[in-house]
Design a protein around this ligand. Structure first.
Ligand SMILES: [Zn+2]
Length: 313
């Protein structure tokens, strides 16, 4: 069976509503003017939890954008604001990261864990992409306050997208960690696994980080062999998704199995199994006879399972 050309449904990608204005990050006068512009809006993250507005039953949520007066009142340092971008009206948006110890959390609630919001699917994909970028850069900032070369303090540069050591001048940039996530198929079946950290009855495609010095295809082959002992032949790229926990880039692939016997690494997986196309379709519909569920919409894992379920149809 041939791999599809691309993922069949959209996943969380780059936000479509913002221009990132990366060409302006180096323009200190422009950044300064926008940071102090009363029309600008600010997304607050407290210990990387994001401020939202939600419906009474918490079934729908949207990002809560604060005004300049509101973030100023919180004592936020303007030099640490991270430029997120501008919209079609040329209003500019920033992310502001604060520590819980420095603010009155109760006044800012609800503050939510972005991963839970992403898994629930209770927020617009564009909002999730914006908050994901903010969380990634602020999380990186929190771990790079000091220089790895000399131990000196680092300062924000380029509207938060670079940090530079005041002592030795070394620069540090936000990073994305590549990870492969793959639907393994033997033609009529695909391989799903249940990890220790998953909620009960959740099965998903397998995933793992790309190691230094490794290409995508061989990362897929190594991960699958390590986790379930299956040999992989052809690997086809289908699409990608940023996953800001803390700063991964999920590279979605279709992988063709050359062997089917499973030798499960129990330190990684509680279970793994081959699943027929019909069974995968029942899991996606929430009608599987054992109550097995799969990751929710907008996730690349969901899109990869759909790509298998719809293939050969
Ligand atoms: Zn240094």
């Amino acid at each position: 069976m041939n791999a599809p050309d691309r993922l069949p449904i959209p996943t969380i990608g780059s936000a479509r509503v913002f221009d990132r204005r990366c060409e302006k990050r180096h323009d200190a006068a422009w950044v300064d003017a926008r940071r102090s512009d009363s029309q600008s809006r600010f997304l607050l993250l407290v210990d990387l939890k994001v401020a939202i507005e939600s419906s009474a039953d918490r079934s729908r949520a949207a990002l809560r954008w604060l005004s300049l007066d509101e973030v100023t009142a919180l004592g936020a340092d303007p030099t640490e604001f991270v430029l997120l971008g501008s919209d079609g009206e040329d209003r500019t948006y920033f992310a502001v990261g604060l520590a819980a110890a420095s603010v009155d959390e109760a006044a800012l609630k609800p503050l939510v864990d972005l991963r839970s919001l992403a898994i629930q699917g209770a927020i617009d994909p564009d909002d999730l992409a914006i908050a994901g970028a903010a969380r990634s850069v602020l999380g990186w900032r929190d771990l790079h306050r000091c220089c790895g070369c000399c131990g000196g303090r680092t300062r924000a540069r380029d509207a938060g997208w670079r940090r530079q050591c005041w002592a030795c001048g070394q620069s540090y940039f936000p990073r994305s960690d590549p990870a492969v996530i793959m639907v393994v198929t033997d033609g009529e079946r695909c391989l799903l696994g249940h990890e220790h950290r998953f909620v009960e009855n959740l099965y998903s495609v397998l995933a793992g980080f790309v190691e230094p010095g490794e290409d995508i295809e061989n990362a897929v082959r190594r991960e699958i062999h390590e986790e379930v002992g299956v040999e992989i032949g052809a690997v086809t790229y289908l699409g990608s998704q940023p996953w800001p926990f803390p700063h991964s880039l999920m590279i979605g692939c279709w992988a063709e199995a050359r062997t089917t016997e499973l030798t499960i690494d129990r330190s990684e997986l509680i279970d793994a199994r081959w699943v027929t196309r019909a069974a995968a379709q029942r899991m996606l519909r929430g009608e599987h006879e054992e109550g097995i569920i799969v990751p929710g919409p907008h996730s690349i894992a969901h899109a990869l399972i759909v790509s298998f379920a719809e293939s050969g149809a």
